[in-house]
Every structure is written in C-alpha cells, then in structure tokens.
Design a protein around this ligand. Structure first.
Ligand code: PRT
Ligand code: ZN
Length: 225
C-alpha cells in the first residue's frame, strides 16, 4: 500500500477522550507508539496513521476530507456542524457508530438559590456557553429569546462573576456545578464519543480496512459490555 493510501484517523491528543480513543485502537490490534509528543503516530502493523490534535479540530478535518476517520464527542461534532451550516459552509460526514465512552450531557444551570420554573424562566436572560449553536437550537425549539455570552473556558464561574444569569455547559458527575453554586435544571443534549468518516471517494483497500476496523470495534465493544 502506498503512503497515500494509508488510513488517517484523527484522535484527541490529550484530554478526556484521548486515553480511551487510543486504547480502543490498540484493542483493535493496532501497534502504535504514542509515547512521543508527535502530531502523527504511525501504526507499525497496519497502514494507519494517527493524527493527534485538539478535539475542536477533528470535525473540520473530517468535513474537509483531510482525514478519513475521526473519534470525537458528539457535542463538539454537532456544534461544529451547526456552526458551518450557519456560515453556509459544507459540513458533511458519515456517522459510523457511537462509542462506549465520553458520556456527558450539555445542560442549563442556574444559581442554586434562583427561582426556575422551566426554560421560560430564562426568557431574555444572558446565558454563558461554549456551545452557542446547540444552545440556540434548543432555545429556538422552545420559543425562548436569550442573550449569549460566549466563553471557551471557565463557563461555570460566569454567573458568580456577574457575566451571565445562567450557564449552558457539559456535565458529567455534577460536582463542578455544585462547587460553583449552580443547579442543573435542563438537559439540552446527551453526548457520547463517536466514530465518523469523511464523505467522498475512497480507494477500495482503504474502505476494506475501515470495514475490518469496524468489525473489530464491534467485537471490542461487545466484550466490554
Ligand atoms: O484540548 P482539547 O481542546 O482537545 O480538549 P478540551 O479541553 O476542549 O476537551 P476535554 O478533554 O475536556 O473534553 C473532551 C470531550 O470529553 C468533551 O467534548 C465531551 O464530549 C467529553 N466529556 C465527557 C466531557 C466531560 N465528560 C466533562 N465532564 N467534557 C468536559 N467535561 C467537563 C465539564 O464541563 C466540567 O467542567 O468536566 C468538568 C467536570 O465535570 P463534572 O460534572 O464531573 O464535575
Ligand atoms: Zn477542545
């Protein structure tokens, strides 16, 4: 197989999805040296290259056909897709499967002592989030107007800092919300990690490799259940 026909998979370099993305691929039989801080890691026993990047870059790499596959949180994937659509840009991909890690929810939260009578309580309020498009879609579906406060970090301190009336952030155990005097009031999106493929032409050998990988992932996932 020539260099060009090596399968390229984008995974998060370091963060909440990286360990499990790597171990999934290793359990699929991929021999890979990930000890070095390199952008690209080459599988020793399969024609596969791993591209290790920020999770936020993965949807775009797949949409643009720069990589063949990506492992990404559905929250980041769907936010990126909505953002491209809003900009009239292309955001095409194939969902291959949801994976069994990376579970979290995108939730609305308000200060613990504030009065909340359902999502209409947030009408005309300012909401801090890193997920403006997912939040907008949810609020539009519920006919609620809100003011946005876009923060790419420290969202949980936004109400205490007087930047917003409520927040919309990822929650897993709820400890972070609690520690910041916040109460989770509505789940707007439930997410898991997923495996996606670029659309468009792909050579037969590569497609066959993807299919073999899918069978192995299925086996690994079943064994873990
Ligand atoms: O550096 P890079 O850009 O690649 O990483 P990142 O910092 O943007 O993302 P990272 O590694 O934090 O998360 C990657 C993905 O993991 C997310 O996009 C989700 O799909 C998934 N995930 C699962 C989570 C969580 N669980 C989670 N708990 N992402 C973030 N959190 C945050 C949460 O927002 C809170 O601030 O973790 C904190 C602790 O959560 P609690 O509720 O357990 O206290
Ligand atoms: Zn990120």
């Amino acid at each position: 197989m020539s260099y060009k026909s090596r399968l390229r998979i984008a995974i998060q370099k370091s963060g909440r999805l990286s360990q499990e993305s790597q171990s999934l691929l290793k359990q699929c039989g991929m021999k890979i040296n990930l000890s070095e801080q390199r952008l690209i890691a080459y599988a020793e026993n399969m024609p596969i290259d791993l591209l290790r990047v920020r999770d936020d870059d993965i949807p775009g790499l797949v949409f643009d056909g720069v990589v063949d596959l990506g492992i990404i949180g559905e929250n980041v994937l769907e936010e990126a897709e909505l953002s491209r659509i809003a900009a009239n840009e292309v955001a095409k991909y194939k969902m291959l499967r949801r994976l069994d890690f990376g579970d979290c929810r995108l939730s609305l939260a308000v200060p613990t002592d504030s009065d909340y009578q359902g999502v209409s309580s947030l009408n005309e309020m300012r909401i801090a989030t890193s997920y403006p498009h997912l939040l907008k879609r949810f609020m539009t579906q519920h006919g609620i107007n809100f003011k946005s406060c876009l923060l790419n970090g420290s969202v949980e301190v936004a109400t205490r800092a007087g930047l917003a009336d409520a927040i919309c952030d990822l929650v897993s155990t709820g400890t972070t919300l609690e520690a910041n005097g916040l109460r989770e009031v509505d789940v707007i999106y439930r997410s898991k990690a997923c495996l996606i493929q670029r659309v468009g032409e792909i050579d037969t050998e590569k497609q066959a490799l993807i299919e073999r990988l899918m069978v192995r992932i299925q086996g690994v996932t079943q064994a873990r259940e």
